[in-house]
Each structure stands twice: as C-alpha cells, then as structure tokens.
Design a protein around this ligand. Sequence first.
Ligand SMILES: Nc1nc(=O)c2c([nH]1)NC[C@@H]1CN(c3ccc(C(=O)N[C@@H](CCC(=O)O)C(=O)O)cc3)CN21
Ligand SMILES: CC(C)C(=O)C(=O)O
Ligand SMILES: [Mg+2]
Length: 264
Amino acid sequence: MPVSLTTLRDLKQRGEKFAMITCYDAIFAQAMNQSGVECLLIGDSLGMVLQGHDSTLPVSMADMVYHTHCVARGNSQSFIVADMPFMSYATVNDALKNAGDLMQAGAHAVKLEGGGWLADTVTQMARCGIPACVHMGLTPQSVNVFGGYKVQGRSAEAAAKMVEDARRLEQAGAALLLLECVPTPVAKQVTEAVGIPVIGIGAGPHCDGQVLVLHDLLGMYQGKPARFAKNYLQGRDSVKDALTAYVQEVKSGAYPAPEHGFSQ
Ligand SMILES: Nc1nc(=O)c2c([nH]1)NC[C@@H]1CN(c3ccc(C(=O)N[C@@H](CCC(=O)O)C(=O)O)cc3)CN21
Ligand SMILES: CC(C)C(=O)C(=O)O
Ligand SMILES: [Mg+2]
C-alpha cells in the first residue's frame, strides 16, 4: 500500500522516523520506492541543482508541474509533496489555483514557505482537499530578506514564535510541517507541540522525519556543503545502496548526528 498522510501520522505516534528525499524524475522515483523512502519532495531546489541558478527564486509553476508529472509517473509507493515556487501563493486565490495544478500533476500534498500568516491559505486548501506542508525556519525563497542561508529561531523570542506558529498552523488544518536550519532544541519543542508530523533538515534528530536534497546525499555539492549534508555514496558502489543507507540511518536515528545540527 502506498504511503499516505495516515501512515505518516501513525509513524509519528509510534515514534518511528521516516525518510524524505528530493526527487525530480521518474527513474529516481522508482529507485527511491525500492529503497523504502516514505516521501518524495519535488523541491524548488531544482532551480539550483538542475537549472544552475544561485537561488530558488527563478523556478516557475511550469517547471514544478513538469517535474511533478515526471516523478508521479515513476512513483507507486511514496507520498509525493511538491513545492509551491516563489510568488505562486502570494494571495489565497493564487495559492488555490497553483496548488490545484500541482495536485493534478500528481502531488499528494503541496509545500509552502512561511509561518503563521499562511493559516488562512492552509485552511482554504484543506477545504478543497489539498494537504499543505508548511516549511518554516530557513525559508530559501526569503534569502533576500535573511541576507543569506542562515540558521533561524536562535533567540528565545524567535523560538517561542516558531512554536506558536506551528500550533496555529496545525489548528488551521496544515497536514505537515518542515523545519529547515533550526536549532536542535527548538525543533524538538515544535515537534512535541503538534500532533502533525514534522520533517527536519538541519533541525536535529527529534523531528519525526528527515529530508535531504538528492544531490547532497550523493556527494554532488555546489561549493561548500551545508552542515546537514552527508555523502551516502562514500564507501558504497551504487546509487541504490546510497539511498537505502540513508533510509536505514534515518530509521535507526544514526542520521542526523550532532555535527549535522545547530545549537541554540
Ligand atoms: N543542494 C542543495 N541543498 C539544499 O539543502 C538546498 C539547496 N540546494 N537549495 C535550496 C536550499 C538552500 N539551502 C541551504 C543552503 C545553504 C545552507 C548553509 O550553508 N547553511 C549554513 C548555516 C550557517 C549558519 O547560520 O550557521 C551551514 O553551515 O549549514 C543551508 C541551506 C537548503 N536548500
Ligand atoms: C530543502 C528542501 C526542504 C526543499 O525545500 C527543496 O529541496 O526545495
Ligand atoms: Mg524548497
């Protein structure tokens, strides 16, 4: 049976960790299915790793729809989340139209970057049958506001706001949360504060699931790798073995190790 939101909620309740990897095409979707990856993310990181841009901002809805079709054709087992690109959810109407297009391309949920201010959007999506994952912490579409890819939620005020926003989004009907580059203790607080599954990247070992960009997991870094990146191809002789090793390390809790996370 393919993984569903119910599966992910059950895993959280049982304290079992699950794995997500970014996926942009059909053959990797198949390989990830065979390696037992619960969730595939069509990430707007494709603007950087596939298209060669220096941020995710140039990615269009047409790009995301195309790659979602590609992944959906290869997939039979995993839960598919598609990123909503920069400016595709600036108004509730735009968000509903564009999320609908991604669902029709084969996504099972969509992901938006932001915080409590997305509550209204998330509620309207849920009404229409669109599960929403809210990406909080380091939200790369706001790199020009942050002034770089920096850890978020380090101050006590920012940490408390993140917990409050997480609760508000759960109340509004969010299906999932994703925390990027958040101090390990803050991510733990958020994960314990909500009943919905929380996926982390650079957010420590206490999140319910972990996500990595495919290229980072295969050691194909552009410049200096982020702290949370780990090359699973090292010491292994196939891509399939690397994907399987990542899934096993997420499930056992071996990944992320302390050196992959941030202190408060
Ligand atoms: N290949 C790739 N991997 C990613 O994880 C990723 C992308 N691309 N593109 C979109 C965004 C950009 N991301 C990034 C990029 C850099 C850092 C980074 O270098 N962070 C510093 C934190 C510095 C600090 O504030 O202490 C680090 O040391 O990890 C983090 C996330 C995550 N996403
Ligand atoms: C880094 C992950 C969470 C993402 O949003 C992406 O790949 O676009
Ligand atoms: Mg993204």
